[in-house]
Design a protein around this ligand. Structure first.
Ligand code: ADP
Ligand code: AMP
Length: 214
């Protein structure tokens, strides 16, 4: 089961990807999480990625594509994976398809979690991310039972630097310009499935499982 999650920043891709990964026992691969881990660990990649992320811009394809393709060749990806936040540009999608084709494989589903821009700013301003394990909460829709502390690992929860309202607007513009064209790309391939991401997160998940089990 190989899945690409599509949708605006804050649409709920990560939330759903984690639920799918747990249910179907496949790895959840988030490029945003990989970049944040590199920033936290002070790597050269993290330093370069942060320059773009803090401005709400995409990290250049040269820094992103090989990283993901390498990750997909690891043993735990043999029975599938969920890509969250990748591809984000047409060249990334083409590079992914080319790498899969070399192995005689192809993507199975592209799931578009559809949420209008009006809802996104609220989603992002209420999002709280764990500085330890990367778990995601929402102060209203999915609060931690321990306040500002992560229920899973006990580390502190923060508003991400790139979830400040000014940066969110920029990220939405970048999404519409560079990432939304992927909806047509995967529609043409016949694997695009859209779900209404404005529903309660459990209802979104039910809609996704219906697609995967149809
Ligand atoms: P993405 O990975 O697409 O950027 P997230 O999964 O991090 O988005 O979700 C963004 C924020 O919205 C988080 O705070 C999350 O808890 C919350 N959220 C996710 N899905 C829903 C939903 N269906 N209804 C309300 N809030 C949601
Ligand atoms: P996310 O956690 O998916 O919201 O990603 C956070 C930020 O990381 C994005 O705003 C981009 O700056 C960067 N990023 C994540 N994935 C990609 C990607 N596939 N291509 C380029 N930049 C990315």
């Amino acid at each position: 089961m190989k899945i690409v999650m599509l949708g605006a920043p804050g649409a709920g891709k990560g939330t759903q990807a984690k639920m799918i990964a747990a249910k179907y026992e496949v790895p959840h691969i988030s490029t945003g999480d990989i970049f944040r881990a590199n920033i936290k660990n002070g790597t050269e990649l993290g330093r370069k990625a942060k320059e773009y992320m803090d401005q709400g811009l995409l990290v250049p394809d040269e820094l992103t594509v090989d990283l993901v393709i390498d990750r997909l060749s690891q043993e735990d990806c043999k029975k599938g994976y969920i890509l969250d936040g990748f591809p984000r540009t047409i060249p990334q999608a083409e590079a992914l398809d080319a790498a899969l084709a070399k192995r005689g494989e192809k993507m199975d589903y592209a799931i578009d979690v559809d949420v209008p821009d009006e809802n996104i700013v609220n989603r992002m301003s209420g999002r709280r991310a764990c500085t330890g394990c990367g778990a995601t909460y929402h102060i209203v829709h999915n609060p931690s039972g321990k306040g500002d502390i992560c229920e899973t690992c006990g580390e502190v929860l923060v508003l991400r630097d790139d979830d400040q309202p000014e940066t969110v607007q920029k990220r939405l513009t970048v999404y519409h310009d560079q990432t939304q064209p992927l909806i047509d790309y995967y529609t043409t391939q016949g694997i695009l499935k859209a779900v209404d991401g404005t529903q309660d997160m459990n209802d979104v998940f039910t809609a996704i499982t219906k697609i995967l089990e149809a």
